[in-house]
Design a protein around this ligand. Structure first.
Ligand SMILES: Nc1ncnc2c1ncn2[C@@H]1O[C@H](COP(=O)(O)OP(=O)(O)OP(=O)(O)O)[C@@H](O)[C@H]1O
Ligand SMILES: [Mg+2]
Length: 269
C-alpha cells in the first residue's frame, strides 16, 4: 500500500484561460514511487515541487495525465495521505494532545475519546514531547510545534506522508534533531510508509532519502537512487565519499540553468 504513480502528468493553474497563455507548471511527468520508499524532491524555487505535492494530496488535478495511488486515480484528499507543511498548521485553541487527537478523530471515527487520547500521547512521546501534551502552540517553539504536526500526521496512520519543506524554518541544530527523529520513526515503525519530502537542503535530501527526484522547471531533471544504506549515522555519513560525490552532482544540477552566466571559476557574472 502507498504506491504512487504519475502517468504523463501535465498541469496548469489556469482554469479558464488557455494553457498556452497561462503556461504549464508541470509537463509530462512520469514517476513511480514504490510503497515504503522515502523520496526527497529537490529543485530550484518555482520549478513545481509544491504543485506536485498538491496533485498527490488531491487538492489539484492534472490538466492531462493521471495520478494514481495503489491503482486508483486520485480524485481528492484521502485518509491514506497526510501533509506536513513548513508553517506548522496547528490549531491555536487546542493544546498539543488535542491537536494530535483531532487528526486521529478525522481518520478513526470508531475509537473512543480515551483510545484517541492514548494514541495522541503515544505519538507525542515518539516525537519527544510527552511532557508538553498540555501546552498550547503559542507556548511551544517552532521546532516543538513542528514535532506536534509530525506526531499528528503519523498518528493519523497514513500510507503516504507528504512533507513540503517541513524543516525549512528550523535552525541547524534542531533541524538535525528533527531529521534524526523522522528517520528513527520511519525505520522503527511497524508500518513502512511512503514519504515524499520536499527540501531545498541537499545534505538533508541525501541524509534522509532512498532516492532523490531532482526537478527543473516543469520536469524531472534526474531521478537518483541514494545507495548509502539503511542505518545512517550522522557523524559518518557526511564524510562518506559517495555522499560527497552525490552532493557535488546535485549542486551542479542547481547551477546548470545559469551555467552560461558563470565564468570559469564558478563566480556569477
Ligand atoms: N495557486 C497558484 N496559481 C497560479 N500559479 C501558481 C499557483 N501556485 C504556484 N503557482 C506557480 O506555479 C509555479 C510552481 O510553483 P510551486 O509552488 O509548485 O513551486 P516550488 O517548486 O514549490 O517553489 P518553492 O521552492 O519556492 O516553494 C510557479 O511559477 C508559481 O508561480
Ligand atoms: Mg514550494
Amino acid at each position: 500500500m502507498g504506491t504512487i504513480i504519475l502517468e504523463n502528468v501535465s498541469f496548469t493553474y489556469s482554469r479558464t484561460g488557455s494553457v498556452q497563455e497561462a503556461g504549464l507548471v508541470l509537463e509530462n511527468i512520469n514517476l513511480k514511487i514504490d510503497s515504503g520508499q522515502f523520496v526527497c524532491v529537490l529543485g530550484s524555487s518555482g520549478c513545481g515541487k509544491s504543485t506536485l505535492i498538491r496533485l498527490l494530496e488531491g487538492l489539484n488535478f492534472p490538466t492531462s495525465g493521471r495520478v494514481m495511488i495503489d491503482d486508483a486515480e486520485v480524485t481528492g484528499p484521502g485518509k491514506d495521505r497526510c501533509v506536513v507543511f513548513q508553517h506548522y498548521s496547528l490549531f491555536s485553541w487546542f493544546n498539543a494532545k488535542d491537536n494530535v487527537a483531532f487528526g486521529i478523530k478525522q481518520n478513526k471515527k470508531n475509537l473512543s475519546r480515551k483510545e484517541i487520547d492514548e494514541i495522541a500521547l503515544e505519538y507525542l512521546a515518539k516525537v519527544g514531547l510527552e511532557d508538553f501534551y498540555h501546552k498550547y502552540p503559542c507556548q511551544l517553539s517552532g521546532g516543538q510545534q513542528q514535532r506536534v504536526a509530525i506526531a499528528r500526521a503519523l498518528a493519523m496512520d497514513p500510507e503516504i506522508l507528504l512533507m513540503d519543506e517541513p524543516f525549512g524554518a528550523i535552525d541547524t541544530k534542531n533541524r538535525a534533531l528533527l531529521q534524526d527523529m523522522l528517520l528513527h520513526i520511519c525505520e522503527n515503525e511497524q508500518k513502512k510508509r511512503t514519504v515524499v519530502f520536499i527540501t531545498h537542503d541537499i545534505d538533508e535530501a541525501i541524509f534522509l532519502s532512498d532516492r532523490i527526484v531532482f526537478m527543473r522547471p516543469k520536469q524531472i531533471r534526474d531521478d537518483i537512487p541514494v545507495g548509502l544504506g539503511n542505518r545512517r549515522v550522522r557523524s559518518e555519513i557526511f564524510r562518506n565519499n559517495d555522499f560527497l560525490l552525490l552532493r557535488n552532482r546535485l549542486i551542479g544540477f542547481f547551477y546548470e540553468d545559469i551555467a552560461e552566466k558563470l565564468d570559469i571559476t564558478g563566480a556569477i557574472i
